[in-house]
Design a protein around this ligand. Structure first.
Ligand code: CO8
Length: 258
């Protein structure tokens, strides 16, 4: 499919989706977010894709929702259009693992989009923030909810109330990102992580994504039950037999997603 605001490349089992509105620091407008959703859904459905990397430019992953698109909207517009609501749900419904590779600004909706991915690898140039308060609003796609779950109440309040940016080192020590690498190595690191994931059984990888995300939706006992049932369920797969046989035989497992 031809896209105008993103660039999609599929190679070696990995779909790389690059946000591409350089004149607006990849600000998220309806078109871009719809294209991201469509590309993610196509990757999710494709047997050529086993892992997805979502990235931006060197200067910006995304500097937030497009302020020019939102500025004149009214409460009624926002509510009746359910602004960005269907897109959030579409992204949450993706079952294959998504890595966010963040360089430069990840602000407002950009930080929220990165947090919707399964984990974030940051360049040492990355800057995260929820500066919506400077615009007289608050985040609307997870900046108060997901950020608090990633970094805890105190830092989430600090970020959301002051609108300050967090650099890559602080994001690492706070648990917002899983790794920080020099900017030049960002894509190599993200692709390497994606390759590692792509070599696993996709049934197990999708089960990991599903069960870890469940931890944020359920009480512990319920989550543990869900995890145990999912674990038992994987014993119905050939990949479980292959993975354990390969360990016994001291060889690499050949997973077939069956
Ligand atoms: N929207 C639209 N355009 C933007 C945005 C944005 N968020 N960010 C940058 N741009 C544009 C600038 O207007 C500028 O365009 P032009 O050259 O035509 O003037 C171009 O990108 C380059 O930006 P700057 O010249 O400002 O670049 P600097 O390097 O000087 O500054 C910053 C970079 C610090 C990132 C600065 O651009 C900035 O502060 N941007 C806005 C950040 C922001 O406030 N983000 C939050 C937006 S609100 C939001 O995300 C809410 C999400 C919730 C939606 C959910 C609904 C349910």
């Amino acid at each position: 499919m031809a896209y105008e605001t993103i660039i999609v490349e599929i190679a070696d089992d990995i779909a790389t989706i690059r946000l591409n509105r350089p004149d607006a620091l990849n600000a998220l407008n309806q078109k871009l977010l719809n294209e991201v959703c469509t590309a993610l859904e196509e990757a999710d459905a494709s047997d050529k894709v086993r892992c997805i990397v979502l990235t931006g430019s060197e200067k910006a992953f995304a500097a937030g929702a497009d302020i020019t698109e939102m500025a004149d909207k009214t409460y009624v517009d926002m509510t009746t259009q359910a602004y960005f609501q269907s897109q959030s749900r579409r992204i949450e419904a993706i079952r294959k693992p998504i890595i966010a590779a963040v360089s430069g600004y990840a602000l407002g909706g950009g930080c929220e989009l990165a947090m919707m991915c399964d984990f974030i690898i940051a360049a040492d140039t990355a800057k995260f923030g929820q500066p919506e308060i400077n615009l007289g609003v608050i985040p609307g796609m997870g900046g108060t909810q997901r950020l608090a779950r990633y970094v805890g109440k105190s830092k989430a309040m600090d970020m959301n109330l002051t609108g300050r940016f967090m650099d890559a080192e602080e994001a690492l020590s706070s648990g917002l990102v899983s790794r920080v690498v020099p900017a030049k190595k960002l894509m190599e690191e993200a692709q390497g992580a994606a390759q590692k994931i792509a070599a696993k059984s996709m049934l197990a990888a999708m089960a990991v994504k599903d069960t870890v995300n469940r931890a944020f939706e359920t009480p512990l006992a319920e989550g543990l039950n869900y995890e145990r049932r999912t674990f038992y369920g994987l014993f119905a797969t050939q990949d479980q037999k292959e993975g354990m046989a390969a360990f016994r035989d001291k060889r690499e497992a050949q997973f077939r997603d069956k």
